[in-house]
Structures are given as structure tokens and as C-alpha cells.
Design a binder for this molecule. Structure first.
Ligand SMILES: C[S@@+](CC[C@H](N)C(=O)[O-])C[C@H]1O[C@@H](n2cnc3c(N)ncnc32)[C@H](O)[C@@H]1O
Length: 325
């Protein structure tokens, strides 16, 4: 039976044996494909369970005998949940879950209240022809640059609004690399790496002031990569956009003049370390590394493990940390 699992993390794919030990669930057979929005999850499922996993911004075409969707308010936003459920409906419009007689069995494995699960399914069942768009479009700008229009999708960081930390990072990176007299000015042809680019906020704001920069953007989330590529195209910027949870490929080592990164901090700086490791190997000697966080006290000692000196620049209630490679 060809099964598609949607929204499952590696930790959800264990079963507990009688004596309390856990092992990979026996139902996770080679016929099961795990869909992930973030490539980190795909790698974790492959590594821990040796299971088939794919990472893409949208669900893969079937045919599927069964689609199981794990969701709930603690796992993802309501918008993302409904957006994915719409995609499942498009793959299996006649499934019994919506009252049809089709062969594909759709199961919503809802972590939360039964009433909320039923409300979610009713949104499709009660109005099956309605396809809602959850894309959001908004503008952001930096001094000297024209306003840039960004589109983001559910699942992207900061969907529907601009992150002030990202804006602070773009402003400081532009200011600190913009002195025409300085040897470290961001010049035409200068290579900029925006890691954890989200929808492209930082890199594309930098390109709005310095259109000649050569921009590479990296994110582990497939929908962030989709949004960043779309925003670059709409802005007429020829950027390379890479889906990766381990930074840039080795062929790019030592080729960048500037690194900008607004890492997530939900992991005790583990992800920030992946960002800094990437900055260290991706930058040329003399290249500049800028990171941003709410409070420098936590990140500064981590950044010092990679770069000898860290300057803290306060902006918009955030701390931008600058180092030279
Ligand atoms: C705080 S958001 C910043 C987004 C954007 N740069 C901004 O400033 O609005 C962090 C981003 O890092 C991405 N991310 C998390 N882990 C990552 C990893 N290992 N490699 C690359 N990107 C990662 C997330 O998907 C998210 O888009």
C-alpha cells in the first residue's frame, strides 16, 4: 500500500515495545514516503529510520492509497494546516474523509481537541471547490533603497510580516560595508551569502541598494527557498537560492565577501553554530560576518569560538554582531 506521511518528524515514527524500549515503527515500510517541508527533517528521518523521505514545498503527486497528515495547533499554524489539507484534497478529492467514495484513504492525525480537528476537516468538506490562497505580500525598505515587495507562504518564517531583526541586520550590514573609502566596501561583483534567508528579506534588501552584488541565499525550509527565489525574480535579482541545512556547498568555500545570518534561537545556539561554521568556511580572508539576535550575551561567546573578535552594534532593539574573517 503506497502511503504518504505528511507533517511527521523523526520522533513520531517510533513504536514502543512492551518492555518500554522504542524502535522504528513496523508500519514504516519501504512503501511509505515521508514528506517534509524542512530538509533537516528529511535528513533526520533518513538517518534515524532509513526510511524514504522527500523535501518539497508542495506535496508529491500520487497515486497514494493512503495519506496521513499529522497536525495540530502545537505543531503548525492554522494557515499552514489548512493549506496542506487543501493540497491533500487536491490529491484525493473523493476521499471518504470528505464524504466521497474514492479509494485514497485520508487520515488526519490531529494533536489537539477533537472539535478543532472536525472544524479543520469541515473547512474542506463544507466548501470543497474553494481554494484559498495563503500567500502574503508586503513591502520593506532600507534607507537609500527602493521599497521591495516580498511574498511569503505559510511555513515561511515571519509569514505575513517583516522581521525587525532581519531589517536591523540588513541596515547594519549595508552601513558597515558601504563606506566608499573603505577597503571592505560592498562593491559591484561582491559576493554576499544570506544564510537562513527566509523569503529573502536581508539579501534582497541589500541588493535593493547595491544591485551589482552577487547574491547566494540558503535556507533549510522548502517554502522559504520557493519564496526567496520568487522574490529575487520579481526584483530582477539573479540570485542563487539553495535548499540546505548545512550551509553552502564546498565549491563555494572561501568565495564570499559578506555573510549575513539571522539564525533561529530555539535550539540552544546549535543552529547558530551551523550558521557560524558556514560563515567561517564560506568567507574569504578579510570577509565580514554579520549575525543578529535579540540579546548579544548569548550569541557573542558562541561567535567568538569562530572569529577572534566580535563587535556588537545595537539597532532597532536587536544586537548585530560583526566579525572579520
Ligand atoms: C529567524 S529566520 C530568518 C529569516 C530571514 N533571514 C529574516 O531575517 O527574516 C531563520 C531562518 O533560518 C532557517 N534555518 C533554520 N535552520 C537552518 C539551517 N540549518 N540552515 C539554513 N537555514 C536554516 C529557517 O528556515 C528560517 O527561515
Amino acid at each position: 500500500m503506497k502511503t504518504l506521511l505528511v507533517g511527521y518528524a523523526a520522533k513520531d515514527l517510533f513504536e514502543t515495545l512492551k518492555h518500554g524500549k522504542t524502535r522504528t515503527a513496523s508500519w514504516l515500510t519501504p512503501d511509505v514516503t515521508c514528506h517534509c517541508l524542512d530538509i533537516y527533517n528529511r535528513h533526520a528521518i533518513e538517518k534515524v529510520h532509513h526510511a524514504k523521505a522527500i523535501c518539497s514545498a508542495h506535496l508529491p503527486e500520487g497515486p497514494w492509497d493512503e495519506i496521513r497528515f499529522r497536525t495540530g495547533p502545537k505543531l503548525m499554524s492554522g494557515e499552514l494546516s489548512l493549506d496542506i489539507l487543501q493540497e491533500i484534497h487536491a490529491l484525493a478529492p473523493d476521499a471518504p474523509i470528505w464524504g466521497g467514495k474514492g479509494k485514497t484513504n485520508v487520515v488526519v492525525d490531529f494533536v489537539g481537541k477533537e472539535r478543532d480537528r472536525n472544524d479543520l476537516i469541515s473547512k474542506i468538506k463544507d466548501d470543497p471547490d474553494r481554494v484559498r490562497s495563503f500567500a502574503s505580500t508586503w513591502e520593506a525598505s532600507v534607507p537609500e533603497g527602493k521599497p521591495v515587495t516580498f511574498t511569503s507562504f505559510p511555513g515561511c518564517f515571519c509569514h505575513r510580516r517583516m522581521d525587525e531583526g532581519g531589517l536591523a541586520l540588513a541596515e547594519v550590514a549595508l552601513q558597515r560595508t558601504g563606506d566608499p573609502e573603505a577597503s571592505d566596501t560592498v562593491h559591484g561583483g561582491c559576493r554576499v551569502l544570506d544564510m537562513g534567508c527566509g523569503c529573502g528579506l536581508v539579501g534582497l534588501l541589500m541588493a535593493s541598494v547595491r544591485p551589482a552584488i552577487s547574491l547566494v541565499m540558503v535556507d533549510s525550509h522548502s517554502r522559504a527557498v520557493e519564496a526567496a527565489a520568487l522574490n529575487a525574480k520579481n526584483q530582477g535579482v539573479e540570485a542563487e537560492v539553495i535548499l540546505s541545512d548545512s550551509g553552502t556547498p564546498a565549491r563555494m568555500d572561501g568565495t564570499f565577501d559578506v555573510f549575513v545570518g539571522n539564525p533561529p534561537y530555539y535550539s540552544d545556539y546549535r543552529i547558530a553554530e551551523v550558521f557560524l561554521e558556514t560563515a567561517k568556511r564560506a568567507l574569504k580572508p578579510g570577509g565580514q560576518c554579520f549575525t543578529v539576535c535579540k540579546n548579544a550575551a548569548g550569541l557573542e561567546p558562541v561567535q567568538k569560538r569562530y572569529f577572534p573578535e566580535v563587535e556588537v552594534i545595537k539597532r532597532r532593539g536587536y544586537a548585530v554582531l560583526k566579525s572579520i574573517c
